[in-house]
Design a protein around this ligand. Structure first.
Ligand SMILES: C[S@@+](CC[C@H](N)C(=O)[O-])C[C@H]1O[C@@H](n2cnc3c(N)ncnc32)[C@H](O)[C@@H]1O
Length: 362
């Protein structure tokens, strides 16, 4: 239930490999951050001694989109530390995440970073990254893609939409802005403790443009219109729909920078902050082939794999409600049809950040 008395953050992404199959938007959105991760791996202070070098992937989901960044980071580190020194790759996500799909992928996928590297060891942590989840000063290099836009909780109901960026309700907007600031500071403080002196963390996340635009206009309109249609059809009760809210935010350049205000925060400095316009491959394909059905179903699939399980949690019976699968299928179909009826390019505001912990603890 996502009202203000029983707060909750993200529900697990769609499981059984569904997120892995339907996250191409995230994969292309993260690509501009890969060179930043490789640079960080080249520059990061490697701990003295012979112990493992620790790379952490915060918010991994089922891991498909972690393969490339982890391989890039490992490759850059291997050029510095050789093939014998052990590397530990820790994938973290919420407890309900489908970690089984992640480990099957690592074992079998041709792009797995485990291929041809006997000295790299993957493991997982199923805990929220809004707490310290790894031993202090143990992490050499961190990566987090498309994850810290998820808040730790829904801070207030959104009376007129499911996404606060589309709401005109000032109480909801203020509550989400407050929670976004709080969660960003908590995330940084926890990573500041976990990073080794001289360690670095690269973050790619959803953002808002300098004009305050969260993007995804047509997608979010299709989502809310479909939800209202399902209420009219009696598939969803009005009070269930009223509870539904997606606890994600896009932060602005100023909001990302706020904790630093010209200085270090929690032992971290903000080395780089790039505001990006994500590549819209779905629109590019539509512009090439004119296939409106594919345009609609691919964007609806993106929503279905990432946020529709969070809305389904607010059905009366929670995630186990007998209507959950139907709800998600009807939402996806309704969104696909609406999007196919009027294809338009999607604005995808993103931010890439590089954070570093000072070499000597201050
Ligand atoms: C959209 S997926 C991103 C997966 C992958 N990193 C990528 O780039 O495609 C977001 C992931 O962040 C996770 N997540 C959300 N809130 C979290 C939290 N508080 N702690 C850990 N993981 C969280 C979700 O469970 C989900 O698996």
């Amino acid at each position: 239930m996502s009202n203000d008395t029983t707060p909750a953050g993200a529900a697990p992404m769609q499981g059984h490999g569904a997120y892995n199959r339907r996250s191409a938007v995230q994969a292309s959105g993260a690509s501009p951050a890969l060179p930043l991760l490789e640079d960080a791996a080249r520059e990061v202070a490697v701990p003295a001694g012979e112990g493992p070098v620790v790379i952490v992937d915060y918010g991994c989901s089922e891991g498909r989109n972690s393969l490339l960044p982890m391989a890039a980071a490992i490759g850059a580190l291997r050029r510095r530390i050789g093939s014998a020194r052990e590397i530990s790759v820790v994938h973290t996500d919420l407890p309900g995440n489908d970690f089984a799909s992640l480990f099957e992928l690592l074992a079998s996928d041709p792009e797995s970073y485990l291929r041809n590297d006997a000295a790299t060891f993957p493991s997982a942590v199923g805990r929220s990254f809004y707490a310290q989840i790894l031993p202090a000063s143990s992490v050499t290099l961190g990566w987090s893609a498309w994850a810290v836009q998820w808040l730790s909780r829904i801070p207030a109901p959104i009376p007129d939409h499911v996404q606060v960026a589309c709401s005109r309700d000032s109480a909801a907007r203020e509550a989400f802005a407050w929670q976004a600031a709080e969660d960003w500071a908590t995330f940084l403080a926890c990573r500041g403790r976990e990073l080794h002196p001289g360690g670095k963390l690269v973050v790619l996340t959803m953002a808002r443009t300098d004009e305050g635009d969260f993007g995804y206009r047509a997608l979010l309109a299709a989502m809310y219109d479909t939800l209202r249609a399902l209420v009219a059809d009696g598939v969803v009760r009005a009070e269930e729909a009223a509870r539904m809210a997606i606890p994600t935010v896009g932060r602005t350049r100023a909001e990302f920078s706020a904790p630093f205000s010209g200085a270090a925060f929690a032992g971290l400095t903000l080395e780089r902050l790039d505001m990006l316009d994500g590549e819209d491959g779905i629109w590019d394909d539509f512009a090439r082939d004119g296939d409106a059905q594919a345009f609609g179903s691919r964007w609806a699939g993106f929503a279905s794999a990432s946020v529709l399980p969070t809305l389904a949690r607010d059905l009366a019976g929670g995630a186990e409600d007998a209507r959950a699968a139907t709800f998600i299928a009807r939402m996806e179909a309704g969104m696909a049809a609406r999007l196919a009826a009027a294809p338009e390019p999607m604005l995808i505001p993103l931010a890439a950040l590089v954070l570093a912990r000072a070499a000597d603890r201050g």
